[in-house]
Write a protein that binds this ligand. Sequence first.
Ligand code: GAL
Length: 601
Amino acid sequence: LDNMRALGLDCVRVGEFAWSRLEPTEGHYDFAWIERFIEMAREKGLDIIACTPSAAPPRWLCQRYPEILPVDQHGHPLLPGGRKHYCHSSRKYRELVAALVERLAAALSGYDNLLLWQIDNELSSSNSYSADADSRFRQWFQEKYESLDRLNRAWGTYFWGNDFSDWEQVALPRPPLGGKAAIPKAILLDMKRFRSDEIIGFVQSQTEILRRICPGVPITTNWSPIFDYGFDFHKLAGLLDFPAWDHYCPDARAAAFCHDFVFSCNPRNTGFWVMEQQCAPPDSGSCNSWPPVGWLTAAGRQNILHGARGIVFFHWREFPYGAEVEHGAIVRLNGDTDTMVYREIKEAIPQWREAAANLADHTRQPEVGILFDMENWWSLQPGGSFKVKRRTQAVDYRALLRAWHQSLRKDGLDVVFHTPASDWSPLRVLVIPSLPMISEELQDRLTKFVESGGLLVVGPQTGIWDASANPTGQHALAGLSGLKFLELDCFDPDLEIAVAGESFQAAGMWLGESASPLKNTQTIAVFGASTGILEGKAAIAARSTGRGKVITLNTHPTKEMLEPIRQHWIEPALERPTHASDAAPLRFRWANKDGAFEIEL
Ligand code: GAL
């Protein structure tokens, strides 16, 4: 603790996997050790981030209540030995977690250095097929659809004669034997919604206890770097005081993506935390090299400029045993602080504090937004181990978000993600990379956004499905785009789709939608040679409505295509571009086996 203080740290996170130590046998709690630690930390002037240890059910619990274990699609339980071996839908597990959290919260509530609660650790769906998961799934559907007829219609079960005639027939979808028969994506989409709601319910049962017993102590949870973990980030963030994520992204552009994404999950515009900042080589890859020299200093500064209000490192001291003995740390196993990481952090902390103090305003109000929606992500990529028939399997929603984000972020331009329901008032530009399911309400919002002067950039396959990912037979935004949509064609992901404009040549990827412009719609570029049925049709179109404009892209842009879009339409639409920092950019170079890199933060 003295070494932590000397380094300049002011809080410690503790207990995220400590259930077996907090409740060594059922109903016998031992909080003395953690309270002693909290008291010692208090004496040294260190605050505590206390964690609910629900990510690590102890052995006694799994032995006594095997029904809490997640079960795979073949009925095999995931046995203890690692972590996260629990099913979010297990009633018994929720009960046991609640009993522990209740007592732990009561024991720690009196400490004035209790700064923050972290719930669980890096939540993700266990994709469990336990008996509880099946029965809760059935209940969820009964509440959602009320009648079997409505359920059968939404899922299209009449096709191939799979319609349900009794609620008891409804169960979580399993890949059909041999995985050969295809499943409608409507079913998988609802399964994902259900599993997400289960995770959110699991977290909520903990936040309710903590808020009741420790009022005023903020609550968060730490997310892994942003991928699809089977829950709706924005919905889950609604339960938290602010979101947090674990930064294991040596590539600054990947980190920027996660920062801006997590930032967008806080509707209060009060930023986020980096709950695990990598500071040395991790141990999860096949070859875990040191991050580039000077990276940690730069990463910390980048965190702050993107809106991080707290940075916690993973981890303090090398582990003497367990699954992560080879993971790098700040301090050596023998306690020696004479390490590169310790020195770098010591030098960096005053710089980071200065960077934070120099931020004129801690809220960010970028004029450029990217529209994101988790359910649309699932609708585009519902498969997993299921066979889903699609015109193309190439569409990668996360890759699209990353490409758009990276292109827009160029030169430090500030950009964040928005959802269909977020506050768009600071925005002058809204980009929809792709959003097949658009509600009428969203359609109205988008129309108003354009009419009142916004620039809307719309990617392909937008507004074509209903809320069950079934086709509606039309494009909801066709009127706004001023296009009559015709055919869809797909291309091998390795092929570029030629796009030719008056002032530029570029390429799209994955798919193209042919369309003919309506009156008053300007064709900016057409599909070029070797694009088959698309050739000569509008690839990019522009239409003015009210005081604003819509740019429609009928193919997904490659990096090269994003550049002219940014230059020709997005930059000119900004009145007072906000940049993440007015400070001189930090250039940062390194080389590895893939070549030499340079990044400007
Ligand atoms: C994180 C996790 C930590 C630790 C770390 C190792 O994803 O939350 O508990 O395992 O990875 O890099």
